[in-house]
Design a protein around this ligand. Structure first.
Ligand SMILES: [Zn+2]
Length: 477
């Protein structure tokens, strides 16, 4: 009760004058001080935003030193600042269980942020500013908010170290937002010993979505699509524009790319995408779409049932991208003069395959769909091995689901496959199941400010995020 009263007092501060974007009626978990978590997360996030780590140049060493000073005050924490380039570093802190009997949980986030178009901001992006119930600043969401909440949760968890059955490893990485491989790659290549015993990991990449004052869905990323570039080159005779030729290379290219664009690669479902549609069906208002979601989510459905359901779902571009490989036509180049028939033309496709796809088979299918002997489809670059999909059966996924349900019983927990790439792929590739979450509950309007102007988080989301992470950390113990 004391914690409840304190939280309400906190929400009444002038700084938090706007309505909280969601309600939280569940009692705080045992041993967790909500007011303290809210204050600590806001304090850490303020300090982190004020340490300018826009990449380039990064300067993540500043943040690593800050974390080092915070963790130095917690008994039972082992710390490492790992310089990977001048001014740049990864950071590891390991909260040791008094008597560990299980393998550690790794919680990671990136310390760099993208730059900001300062003229378009209402506040200085590199000075944390509280305004109308929000904390504004570059990195408030991506990814300093998660780092701040993780540290606040670990500070409270440290007081019950004697009850932990596993160590909690905190990892702050450099250079996630681009640049040289001095972040998670260095951890995996040069400092693997510090994290290799982790049983599973938490990273950014998911979403906690707020709608109509409710934490509506908690989206947990368990796998990622794999990105490739495929080029289509058409060849034919060159000639004078005054004498049309039937085998004009550009015309053949246009026909081939149009056919590939229209072709639908086969549906490829996995454990994550089946559950994704099954869970979304719970909140889908359209009966036809709901039925289709349940059909693709049913492992016993026949290929015919899956294909007709997929045809309904594929009207939505995001669902379509979740169901199968995507092949977007992104570039077309050809010709040199308006009166010259060129002998060559080239088109580029951005291809994103699902982990179970074989890229060579996908390229062969594009060749066949193109249907033009004079147009050759080839893979640009090397084929890569897909990291395994992180299973939803682990104690970590279950703890993430249970924590969400405990805080908001009406929420739907949805595993998903993202179409982009995060640091999580490097860990999955090394055999550590990794789950993407962004624990700050955000309305879509705020979520879309990530990497954009006036990035901000509702103040109330800070305490929620710390509590969620705390519940997850306790839940796997
Ligand atoms: Zn990020």
């Amino acid at each position: 009760m004391a914690a409840r009263a304190a939280l309400m007092a906190c929400a009444a501060l002038p700084a938090a004058s706007a309505q909280a974007p969601f309600t939280l009626t569940a009692p705080a978990p045992a041993g967790f001080d909500r007011a303290l978590a809210q204050r600590a997360t806001q304090e850490h996030l303020t300090r982190l935003i004020n340490l300018d780590t826009q990449n380039p140049p990064g300067n993540e060493m500043r943040t690593a030193r800050y974390f080092d000073s915070v963790f130095a005050q917690i008994p039972g924490v082992e710390r490492h600042i790992l310089e990977s380039a001048p001014g740049r570093a990864n950071f590891v802190a390991r909260l040791r269980a008094t008597r560990p009997t299980r393998r550690p949980l790794l919680v990671m986030g990136h310390m760099d942020v993208v730059g900001a178009d300062t003229a378009k901001w209402e506040t200085n992006p590199f000075v944390a500013t509280v305004k109308d119930g929000y904390l504004y600043g570059r990195g408030a969401i991506d990814d300093k908010g998660m780092l701040a909440a993780t540290v606040a949760a670990m500070q409270q968890l440290a007081t019950r170290r004697d009850r932990l059955t596993r160590d909690i490893i905190f990892l702050g990485t450099a250079a996630e937002e681009g640049g040289p491989s001095i972040g998670v790659d260095v951890m995996v290549d040069a400092h693997w010993d510090l994290i290799k015993d982790a049983e599973f990991a938490l990273n950014e990449g998911g979403r906690v979505r707020v709608a109509h004052g409710l934490v509506r869905t908690v989206n947990i990323q368990t796998t990622e699509k794999i990105y490739y570039t495929v080029e289509a080159v058409a060849t034919g005779p060159s000639g004078h524009g005054s004498v049309p030729l039937p085998d004009n290379a550009l015309a053949a290219l246009a026909r081939a790319v149009s056919r590939v664009h229209a072709a639908q690669p086969p549906v490829r479902l996995n454990e994550t995408t089946r559950l994704y549609f099954t869970r979304l069906a719970e909140i889908e208002p359209d009966a036809l779409v709901k039925g289709a979601m349940l059909a693709v989510g049913d492992p016993a459905a026949t290929p015919g049932q899956v294909n007709s359901a997929a045809a309904v779902l594929s009207r939505d571009p995001l669902y379509n991208a979740t169901l199968r490989a995507g092949q977007s036509l992104t570039l077309i180049n050809g010709g040199i003069r308006s009166n010259v028939i060129p002998s060559e033309g080239k088109a580029t496709f951005n291809v994103r395959i699902v982990p179970s796809d074989d890229i060579h088979a996908v390229v062969a299918a594009m060749q066949e769909a193109g249907g033009e002997p004079s147009v050759r489809f080839t893979l640009s670059g090397e084929a890569r091995t897909a990291p395994p999909v992180s299973p939803v059966s682990t104690a970590l996924f279950q703890a993430m689901e249970a924590a969400a349900k405990a805080m908001e019983p009406r929420t739907v927990v949805v595993p998903f496959m993202s179409t982009g790439a995060t640091d999580g792929a490097a860990l999955r590739a090394k055999g550590i199941p990794t789950y993407g979450i962004l624990p700050l509950p955000l309305p879509m309007e705020d979520e879309l400010r990530m990497h954009g102007d006036n990035e901000r988080t509702p103040l109330a989301s800070l305490g929620w995020a710390a509590e969620y992470l705390y519940r997850v950390m306790v839940g796997v113990n």
